[in-house]
Design a protein around this ligand. Sequence first.
Ligand code: ADP
Length: 457
Amino acid sequence: MRFSRFSFRLNLWYASIFILSAVLLFTAAYFLLGTALQRKDREVIESRLNEYAAIYQSRGISTLRAWIDRSGDAQQSDRPLFVRVVNRFNQILLLVAPPEWVEVKPPTFELGIPQQVVWLRIPRSAERDLVLASMRFPDGSVMQVGRSTNSRELILDPFRRIFFALTLVIVALGCVGGVFFARRVMRPVRQIVSTTQSIIRTGDLSRRVPHRSAEDELDQMAELFNQLLARNQSLIQSMRESLDNVAHDLRTPLARLRGTAEVALRANDEPAQMRDALADCIEESDKVLTILKTLMDVAEAESGLMSLTKEPTDLRDILREVVDLYSDVAEERRISVTPHLAEPCEARVDRTRIRQAFANLLDNAIKYTDPGGRVEIDAHKHGNEILIHFRDTGIGIPAEELDKIWERLYRGDKSRSQRGLGLGLSLVKAFVEAHGGRVEVQSQVGRGSEFIVRLPS
Ligand code: ADP
């Protein structure tokens, strides 16, 4: 209801502004037209005055009378001319005026004001104005030339009438246009409202606001709203999946834990057996906890919700730390680890997460390489990326397993003998991708593997 009131207000604003502008436009046009006509009247009358004054002064009053009669100016029925000449005793020497004007008796000329245009209003009932110009001559006589301005009224009157008729049309048009535009403008908002209502009603997160190709702000709002819905949907989807996965992945170790506990219960009077079973239980619980923690980290990174504390870092420092961390294990297995870290490799990363990813890759390289083998780490800048290679001379990965190794809890057939949960590479992938990077692998069975991490610099 509030929505429709808003669109009504929009409509009202639109209609009022439209009508007001139209009225202003007409009023301005009316006054401009009126002023132009008035100026024209004055110009005509002043030029006649000058013309008649010249004739009067050079040839006298009778020539002027003959001139006026001949020119026919006085006979023009629509715009009759008024000419009057009085001497300095205020006696009329010449009077040319339409018959009906004689009755009206134009007021006597006021001496002392030489050349001036005077407005003279004949009674309003006559519905006409007179524009009057006068000139005083050196002998004291005065000439007045006037003209009715009723033709001005003739032009302006229909204009006024059209204007009032048009006002009604404009008001109607403003209201109809207002309703039309308010409905059009509010359409994306209405669509957002109905989409939201339908999501609330049905719980169907896949509903979207219909897309329009126009690029105005409201369409952008609808587009952003759709993006928000898509993001929410994918977050909820990935949360559901994570929950399913965690439940699924924890089932096996928990079943094992339960089995071990049952064995302990059955070994009634055998303290040594019970102690062994309890130790197994603790080991299994630790495994469950590690799995849980890693699964949560991977799920968080994959959903895009992981908060990364990125800071400018030379990745060589992290690699040196990791190599240092694994030096004992490598030595124990008689594997040489050689870092090639010649050039600076600056990138904005979350050090803890990237250290974890690098550690997993080095851990795998050492774990899956037979004693006496080699592991080489190489980091360099390539375009706007930093490339880090982990190369080993280990057992390699069969081609059919190359896609699967990134899956959670996947363990290669030949790897079962080694410790591991099958979560290392999924964590590497999730963390590197959370940084906007990629991780790739190349491998040949029996010859070794190469993992390449690409991070934006
Ligand atoms: P885990 O090492 O715990 O088994 P990972 O997710 O780290 O789990 O690796 C998944 C699988 O990928 C491993 O079981 C192994 O088969 C294969 N793999 C990973 N790294 C290497 C490597 N450097 N050399 C050979 N195989 C590897």
